[in-house]
Design a protein. Structure first.
Length: 244
């Protein structure tokens, strides 16, 4: 292994001395608008889905069993997230699947909740299929966050190794809430206050009982209130009940 730390110092100084151009616009679908010298500030939303007690699953089951469960879990959550025209990035971090979405308008934030309700039903369906195969069931926490955040391209020029970095509240809030949801008496879907404020009016128009579906709690890790609910997609849930 050889690392030229002198050249590394120069490169870091170049980055630190660069005056990054920040543009305010919607997040593009591809990387063509991103360079190592610019950034885009835009409204984005994020969903994190985290398996509760994954350590116990991994340590207590055979590798092939863990592989089947995790592959099933990640595959269909990715499919649900990828069905949105607003999706901008999907990734897997160990036992967690996350998605980042462009959310410039309130209906886009409302769609985040819709995606979460599908994922909630998916876990119900997955567990029924796992039970049929005598495989362990899983529980998850789903977190939703939104924010007007900064997106930059980071990596190393010429290596092909690069990715977008999402700087702000959306990803952090979703990650923290996914780690709290489905645990310690919290319902399966955790929603940041900003996300809640942007979809609850439309949800209440559809069903006046909607505000009662959520429990408001003060999250000390986020230093603000969040909302937890066990919300489902009725059509998907009904289909599961009729076909399993």
């Amino acid at each position: 292994m050889y690392y030229n730390y002198k050249e590394g110092k120069k490169k870091i100084e170049e980055i630190l001395n660069n005056n990054t151009e920040i543009q305010n616009k919607e997040v593009p679908k591809d990387d063509s608008n991103f360079t190592y010298d610019n950034g885009i500030k835009s409204w984005i939303g994020s969903i994190f889905v985290d398996i509760v007690g994954s350590k116990k699953l991994i340590e207590g089951e055979k590798d092939i069993v863990v592989a089947k469960v995790l592959r099933s879990f990640t595959s269909e959550i990715i499919s649900i997230m990828n069905s949105s025209d607003n999706v901008r990035q999907i990734g897997v971090r160990g036992d967690c699947v996350y998605g980042v979405f462009s959310t410039p308008y309130q209906p886009d934030i409302y769609e985040l909740l819709t995606i979460a309700t599908y994922i909630n039903c998916l876990i119900k369906m997955l567990n029924k299929l796992l039970t049929k195969k005598n495989l362990p069931n899983i529980n998850v926490g789903i977190g939703i966050g939104v924010g007007e955040d900064l997106i930059v391209k980071a990596g190393k020029k010429g290596t092909g190794i690069n990715d977008r970095i999402w700087i702000g509240k959306a990803v952090i809030d979703a990650c923290v809430l996914a780690d709290k949801a489905g645990r310690n008496g919290n319902a399966i879907i955790g929603v940041s206050s900003l996300a809640y404020e942007n979809f609850i009016e439309k949800l209440t128009e559809e069903n006046s009982e909607a505000p009662k579906w959520f429990t408001q709690k003060f999250d000390f890790d986020l230093n603000k209130y969040s909302y937890y609910g066990n919300i489902i997609d009725n059509s998907f849930n009904k289909w599961i009940d009729e076909n399993f």
